[in-house]
Design a protein around this ligand. Structure first.
Ligand code: SF4
Length: 412
């Protein structure tokens, strides 16, 4: 049976991370998941990521109890269900962090920082908590939906990052240490490059890790990047996965087709979907989601510009041309036979199936696509029976397609 042994280490370090947030040893900054975490960590904060909490609410399905509470206080049930489930959980004074890690509640922020590189929703979401906790809030507002990321655009973001420094030092009482920032960026880069290598093990003929596994193992690269802990974890995981490749131990006994997952995970259905694809011999080997925490442009020699460039150039913040180019490259790299788009009801920003891109990408790459409707946390928008039928039909057609059998893969 497919088992990743490093999962035990993962659980231990995630537990330590959450308990450290509850210890009160350091000031706490909240940050968006692709925000300037290195800067906040270098300034002396422990960093907490509400999106990680949203994913936890989705994965445990507690979101379904919490969303109505946010709706009652004026948030539409059709906006970001991370936002509505997180606000609802707060209003109901509940969090999985209580049961899982013994925390009293979510960590109280000393500073809240968001970056609209992913969406503007985070501004409204984090603004709610800034009002609730009477906490200072600061935003980074980069140019959006870029085809190319120009030097002028990066300079704009560098300026906004630098504007955060006096805000941070006023709260921590610590002087800004540029060398510490370089050190954190270096650690973050090392972890992110290891994470990239972890993901790329799935390009092998016997992929040892799936997209669904990746949604679990990405925890440290989201919440602990910039620490030795994250770096050590991905070195361990990589070693295990490379060992599996050497022994021909993939997560599927026989791979009939190789699938790319585009869009958000459906957190409450990870296990069901993982089993469904596996039962149909389909290896979901790559995704835009897990790849979103690969910041290979980080450079400790130029920490401001390199982090500004990396965070501005993420997939979700790109124009369609740039996105299609990235997807086409991933298709080649992972030997992709088909792509499944998750058209998420409450996240327009991370859904790329609403404006005809699947057809245009297919015309260029020849890779067939399927669109399934659902949501990251709100399972009212996911029809399980209908989705199973669509996925099984798609995978069956794919497995029988002469193109899949004859496609010469360009796996690195
Ligand atoms: S990108 Fe989507 S899921 Fe993430 S915070 Fe923004 S709206 Fe919510």
């Amino acid at each position: 049976m497919h088992k990743i042994e490093s999962t035990a280490t993962l659980k231990a370090i995630m537990g330590e991370y959450f308990r450290s947030l509850g210890s009160g040893a350091k000031k706490i900054a909240w940050c968006t998941s692709v925000g300037p975490a290195e800067l906040l960590r270098a300034a002396g904060f422990e960093v907490y990521f509400p999106e990680n909490h949203g994913a936890l609410l989705g994965a445990t399905r507690a979101a379904m109890d919490h969303i109505p509470e946010a709706v009652k206080c004026g948030y539409s049930g059709h906006v970001c269900s991370y936002t509505t489930s997180d606000i609802g959980a707060y209003l109901r004074k509940e969090t999985p962090l209580q049961d899982h890690y013994g925390l009293q509640g979510i960590p109280k922020p000393d500073l809240i920082v968001y970056n609209t590189n992913q969406c503007r929703e985070v501004q409204d979401w984090f603004g709610f908590f800034a009002r609730e906790f009477k906490c200072p809030i600061a935003g980074v507002h980069p140019p959006r939906h870029l085809e190319e990321v120009t030097d002028a655009e990066v300079a704009l973001v560098v300026k906004q990052f630098k504007d955060l420094v006096p805000i941070c030092t006023a709260i921590t009482g610590q002087a800004w240490d540029e060398d510490r920032f370089k050190e954190v960026v270096k650690l973050s880069k090392e972890a992110t490059l290891l994470w990239q290598r972890v993901l790329k093990t799935a390009a092998s003929d016997t992929p040892p890790i799936s997209f669904f596994d990746g949604t679990i193992h990405m925890g440290p690269i989201v919440v602990l990047r910039g620490t030795e802990v994250a770096k050590a974890y991905y070195a361990q995981l990589l070693q295990e996965l490379e060992g599996k490749i050497a022994q021909g131990q993939g997560f599927l006994p026989k791979v009939r087709s190789r699938i790319f997952w585009e869009g958000m995970p459906i957190w409450g259905k990870i296990r069901m979907l993982s089993d469904l694809f596996a039962e149909n011999g389909a290896a979901v080997v790559a995704s835009t989601y897990c790849s979103s925490w690969v910041f290979d442009q980080f450079d400790e020699a130029d920490p401001w510009t390199s982090t500004a460039r990396a965070y501005t150039g993420i997939f979700i913040n790109r124009g369609e041309g740039a996105k299609m180019k990235m997807l086409a490259e991933w298709f080649g790299e992972y030997g992709i036979d088909g792509i499944v788009y998750h058209d998420s009801k409450t996240c327009f920003n991370n859904s790329n199936a609403k404006m005809g891109m699947p057809e245009r990408l297919k015309a260029i790459t020849g890779v067939p696509s399927l669109i399934i409707e659902g949501d990251l946390c709100d399972l009212r928008f996911f029809s399980e029976g209908q989705s199973i039928t669509k996925i099984e039909t798609f995978l069956e057609q794919l497995a029988e397609s002469p193109a899949v059998h004859s496609r010469k893969r360009t796996v690195q």
